[in-house]
Design a protein around this ligand. Structure first.
Ligand SMILES: Cc1cc2nc3c(=O)[nH]c(=O)nc-3n(C[C@H](O)[C@H](O)[C@H](O)COP(=O)(O)OP(=O)(O)OC[C@H]3O[C@@H](n4cnc5c(N)ncnc54)[C@H](O)[C@@H]3O)c2cc1C
Length: 557
């Protein structure tokens, strides 16, 4: 009798009709829209480097590190065992390995070290790959990448710090920067009473010896959000006599003392859990003025512009990760005797998610090229970048949570379980829309660009028009968009989301029509422009070439 019992229990533990894990594939090479974008936008020369990041990020090892870094979030350590203040966040080894790999691959520095055409595209594509292992490490990487143009406002500070920030060696020690083999940068703008409204900052800066650009000041006050507090230096905003000003605040003073700041708390966040986001207080902390007193916003916006590019890339990254997981699962799971990926309604969902993902990827890489060209002195590109960054940050980041939720559902109950990685993707998804200027702020920034830089709006329409020439649905859409700008001036602010959404769709359509897959472009125009669509994903028209779109976006190479 006992033997029969055991054999019965073995029967119940046969596992079948479950998808294998999606690991050990190259997230770059498997991503056709990304590969095509890299080649088209001028970064073909970097493909081997991007593919190396793609191989690492898709490995089982890196995927495991990403999960571990999230399951073991950083811990606050205010004091050492003897009671001395240390003000540190301590991280799991998985975080260090991922951040170290990102630094070794120069995701924080490559365009500044080797500023050739396509450098920001190459770096953006590699960043997109690495973030598919774990998005949290992208925060200090992005801030270190972005600090360089702002820091260059003050050449002597740049001369001292830039070599440290550009180093390809990851040195996680909490020690004075001159003795380290590499350094990372963060930023502190947001205070309790205002994040968007940084002019409301109350942190005070007093000159130590007369003040002026590059001179030392003492900061007293607080920051309500300061992510990656283990960084070696931060650009922070504070009120000097001349108004809101930007300062370089190092963790250690030049004489090798811990700088006078207190790490008060780490935030208990919805997602982005591998990364530390802190509340801090300055207690007459030493800092050096970057740029002029009163020019703080103008200076730090150079940094914020680049982190905003990474928000756009981050939104596209989440969508790509979701599509890859959804198609992978649906290709390995049968329901009612047929693979999910063969079920007509699931095909509609997968294709619709893919269309959204391709539109995001292609737009993010086009934007990165505008950065390359603008930095090289191309005025038209600078105008396009000025407006397109805000347009795309608004729309791509806004679409991400909805996209992640639908990708998660493609895995059914498994998608709701942590081990699948989809809950992590879902929790991360609202963040890019919030930080670096939230949704409304981006829309208002688009209005500002329209008013203050009419050339930016012209550059935007010139780019869109290139696609509209051969696509009547886009041409009609652009005509109606033009009628809304500014339209009724009295109501333009209340209509800003509607207008910016339309601008984003027009730009994405124009890029897809010219450079994307034909079936994807057709589905995008029919659904997003002509309204042959529902209100959820999976509502493309029956005539869509579902098979072609899904095949193109499948992670199976
Ligand atoms: C995980 C995380 C990490 C962060 N890390 C950092 C960091 O390292 N450094 C840093 O400085 N900050 C950081 N932030 C802060 C972040 O940049 C701010 O939270 C964000 O800019 C919004 O500011 P706020 O929270 O003060 O919200 P508010 O400014 O109060 O805005 C609240 C809402 O009002 C909207 N709004 C604002 N103005 C208008 C308007 N005129 N009209 C209509 N709507 C408006 C906004 O879009 C937003 O939705 C971080 C935030 C998070 C969540």
């Amino acid at each position: 009798m006992a033997t029969v019992q055991r054999s019965g229990s073995r029967e119940t533990h046969q596992v079948f009709n479950q998808a294998p894990p999606l690991v050990d594939y190259n997230v770059y090479e498997a991503d056709r829209p990304l590969v095509e974008s890299v080649r088209r936008e001028g970064a073909e020369w970097a493909e081997a480097r991007i593919a190396a990041v793609g191989a690492f990020a898709g490995s089982e090892h890196a995927q495991t590190l990403g999960a571990l870094a999230n399951e073991n979030p950083p811990k606050l350590k205010t004091h050492d065992r003897y009671g001395h203040r240390v003000d540190e966040a301590s991280f799991h080894p998985a975080w260090h390995e991922l951040l170290g790999a990102s630094v070794e691959h120069e995701l924080h520095s490559s365009p500044w070290k080797d500023p050739r055409p396509g450098a920001h595209v190459a770096r953006g594509a590699a960043f997109m790959c690495m973030s598919q292992a774990e998005a949290g490490v992208g925060c200090p990487i992005s801030m270190t990448y972005s600090v360089i143009p702002a820091l260059r406002t003050q050449p002597e500070l740049a001369a001292e710090w830039e070599p440290r920030f550009l180093s390809a060696e990851y040195d996680p020690r909490n020690a004075p920067a001159p003795g380290k083999s590499g350094a990372l940068a963060g930023m502190g703008m947001t205070e309790k009473q205002g994040g968007t409204d940084v002019r409301a900052n109350t942190t005070v800066a007093r000159p130590v010896d007369g003040g002026g650009p590059g001179a030392e000041y003492e900061l007293s006050g607080h920051k309500w959000f300061m992510s990656a507090p283990m960084c070696d230096a931060f650009l922070v905003l504070a009120q000097a006599d001349g108004g809101i000003s930007c300062f370089l605040f190092p963790r250690w003073t030049p004489d090798g003392e811990r700088n006078r700041f207190r790490l008060q708390r780490l935030k208990d966040k919805l997602g982005n859990r591998s990364n530390a986001s802190s509340e801090i207080e300055f207690d007459s902390a030493s800092a050096w003025l970057v740029g002029e007193e009163g020019g703080g916003v103008r200076t730090i916006i150079e940094m914020v512009n680049h982190t905003r590019l990474d928000c756009v890339i981050g939104g596209a990254t989440g969508m790509r990760a979701g599509v890859a997981q959804a198609i992978h699962h649906a290709s390995h799971r049968s329901v009612f005797g047929r693979e999910l990926s063969e079920q007509p309604l699931m095909r509609n969902v997968l294709a619709d998610l893919s269309v959204e993902s391709e539109a995001a990827t292609i737009a993010a890489m086009r934007l990165a090229r505008a950065y390359d060209e603008a930095i090289a002195g191309d005025e038209e590109a600078a105008n396009l970048k000025r407006i397109a960054n805000a347009v795309l940050k608004y729309w791509i980041c806004k679409r991400a949570p909805m996209h992640a939720g639908e990708a998660l559902e493609c895995l059914g109950g498994n998608g709701y379980v942590e081990e699948s990685g989809l809950p992590r993707l879902f929790r991360e998804s609202p963040l890019n829309s919030i930080w670096e200027g939230s949704g409304n702020v981006q829309c208002l920034d688009v209005l500002r660009a329209m008013i203050k830089s009419p050339a930016a709006l012209e550059a935007f329409f010139a780019e869109v028009q290139e696609g509209a020439v051969g696509e009547p649905r886009l041409a009609a859409y652009v005509t109606s968009l033009r009628e809304e700008i500014p339209g009724d001036v009295e109501t333009i602010e209340v209509r800003a989301r509607r207008v910016v959404e339309k601008m984003a769709l027009a730009l994405q359509a124009s890029l897809l029509v010219r450079y994307g897959d034909e079936a994807v472009a057709d589905a995008f125009c029919a659904s997003r422009l002509s309204g042959d669509w529902g209100q959820a994903f999976g509502t493309l028209s029956a005539g869509t070439d579902f098979g072609r779109i899904i095949e193109r976006h499948s992670p199976a190479t």
